[in-house]
Ligand binder design. Sequence first.
Ligand SMILES: C[S@@+](CC[C@H](N)C(=O)[O-])C[C@H]1O[C@@H](n2cnc3c(N)ncnc32)[C@H](O)[C@@H]1O
Length: 404
Amino acid sequence: MTPADPPPSEPDGGDPRLVALLRHEIETAPDGRITFARFMERALTEPGLGYYATSADRPTRAGDFLTAPELHPFFGRCIARWLDRTWTSMGRPQRFAVREHGAGRGTLASTSLEGLRAEGSGSADLVEWQPVDVPGRHPEPGTGPFTGVVLANEYLDALPVHRLVQRDGVLRECFVTWRDGAFAWVEGAPSRPDLDASIRRAGVTLAEGQLVEVRPTVGAWLRALAAELRHGVLLVIDYGHPAVELYGPRRMGGSLVTYRGHTAADDPLRWVGQQDITTHVDLSDLDHHARAAGLTPLGRTTQARFLAALGLGELLADLGRRPDTEIPAYLAARAAVARLLDPRHLGGFAVVAYGIGMPADATLPGVPDADPTLADGAGADPTPAGTTGADATLAGAAGGDPRG
Ligand SMILES: C[S@@+](CC[C@H](N)C(=O)[O-])C[C@H]1O[C@@H](n2cnc3c(N)ncnc32)[C@H](O)[C@@H]1O
């Protein structure tokens, strides 16, 4: 089923105030419709009403889905090891910021800082963690140049997307309107002429009726961070694919997924403000804009390889050897490790790093070939480094539920 031909979505269960705000915006818009990117932006981040604006606890067991930092503190321990390595390869700067985009409730910060102390890292006492999230959740980090690391774990997938569909050989945009008491899809000419830039760069011809999502704000995000990061590394961890795969024939329906109560579904026009809306990240688009912003690729791998290279298995073995470890805690850790390494789920997430002012031999742990030029082709889009064989299915290529 395509957005052009759905049964009308009922706004049932959605926050009535948010539904009313969106409906008002639609009904007062010149064409009686808004882009899906605008709908998604307000549904997720509208101050006081949006899905992420109303709770920091969405990615928890009590919430709607589970992220790696929330799954087990071992994830933060591994990130701590990576931070220590990165800090060391940068020459142990005495001022070292970790700016975390999509920091949520701060679990990655607390487990990583604990990890730096447990590992005896010289950076433990000087790291300045700068969480960034929806307005009002954390103090603003301030502006200006800084040295350190930018982290984005499951952040880019939450940024708004436009939905496009191929009709009679022409690309159309899927807008959101209000019809028969519910939000509904309506197609029209694209709201911006450059919306298909990432698809064209990839040289992909969409099939008739194929639905895709594009995220044009990634370039601006990268330019803004590259303007401030004077020396350091950007580390993105997310479900994503090279463009040829993301816009390829295996994904006729796009990659949009909603989450509510640990159940994945695919209708973003329901449960407005009460369900997550997410799509996979276009790794080729990320690469294009990162290079254009002056960032140098340091490597791309899968989360499984990245975490294994940082000693995730040894952390579990050490826990098992400690005489004070309770069996339930060990079993929980073992189950979490299996999930973090499973290439069909969290283990298949992409881990991508870019540097500014980094030494030529700086690489990403878990990238078997140290040649950073293998990290992505500028347009050619080869199989990314570290993703050969079974790992070529970055982030659950076959299914629609990457967090599953
Ligand atoms: C999927 S959650 C991941 C949270 C955390 N990084 C983790 O791994 O548990 C996405 C996070 O991005 C934040 N977020 C979503 N859209 C955002 C936006 N437009 N600006 C800033 N933060 C945003 C959400 O509030 C949420 O904390």
